[in-house]
Design a protein around this ligand. Structure first.
Ligand SMILES: [Zn+2]
Length: 81
């Protein structure tokens, strides 16, 4: 027999990811004035840098972050079972 369990709140549906809204790369540190270099994700040249100073397109970095977030969420789901 299981005791009564009170749930804090029903799980909310996860917000849908809208590309282009995750990161704000307006700061000048995200722009490489020395010229384009290959993106660390797709290999095409870009003058943008990610927060680590590596060259990356904003959309590529956002895709990577979204994938990481998905994997993390899935890992938590597996563990909580
Ligand atoms: Zn790229």
């Amino acid at each position: 027999m299981t005791g009564p369990r009170r749930r804090r709140a029903p799980p909310k549906p996860e917000p849908e990811y809208v590309p282009g809204t995750l990161l704000n790369w307006n700061a000048s540190k995200h722009w490489d004035y020395d010229g384009p270099r290959p993106c660390r994700y797709c290999g095409f040249d870009t003058q943008l840098r990610d927060s680590h100073g590596s060259h990356a397109h904003k959309v590529c970095a956002e895709d990577a972050l979204a994938a990481q977030a998905r994997e993390a969420a899935e890992a938590y789901r597996v563990r909580s079972h």
